[in-house]
Write a protein that binds this ligand. Structure first.
Ligand SMILES: [Mg+2]
Length: 142
């Protein structure tokens, strides 16, 4: 497996086949923040994103966010996500460390997790190095 190759691609977070991922044994979804869960540098979660996250939680998925952003600019978003969704910031993707931290907080193995992000060199490479199923999205689109 090439480290640069995503396990699969999708147009946006709204186009991922979460039902199939669940059927394949995936139990946790890790999202990148910028240009994945929202626009770049956003500090607000759009209603349709909240709805998606609530839907995924209702299906039984654990959810986490892994971002290379610094803490201060992530505080507002973290508050909006609520305590059930852990956020690891300054993750230094593609470093494995942030992924490992988040897997621990979510209580799942790498094989049970998927990583969804828009950047190959950070999101995809990092996930692949950890043997986490990687999904590259074209970007955020509401
Ligand atoms: Mg991104």
């Amino acid at each position: 497996m090439g480290l640069l190759r995503a396990s699969e691609v999708a147009r946006s977070i709204f186009d991922v086949d979460y039902a199939r991922l669940w059927a394949e044994g995936k139990r946790a979804v890790i999202f990148d923040l910028d240009n994945t869960l929202g626009e770049r540098r956003t500090s607000t979660l759009r209603p349709e994103v909240r709805a998606l996250l609530e839907n995924l939680s209702a299906r039984g998925f654990s959810i986490g966010v892994l971002t290379n952003r610094r803490w201060r600019s992530v505080e507002e978003l973290t508050a909006q996500l609520g305590p059930a969704i852990p956020v690891v910031r300054m993750a230094h993707k593609p470093s494995r460390k942030g992924y490992a931290t988040l897997l621990g907080r979510l209580g799942v193995s790498a094989a049970e997790a998927v990583m969804i992000g828009d950047r190959t060199l950070t999101d995809v490479v990092g996930a692949n190095r950890c043997r986490i199923h990687s999904i590259r999205v074209s970007g955020f689109s509401a």
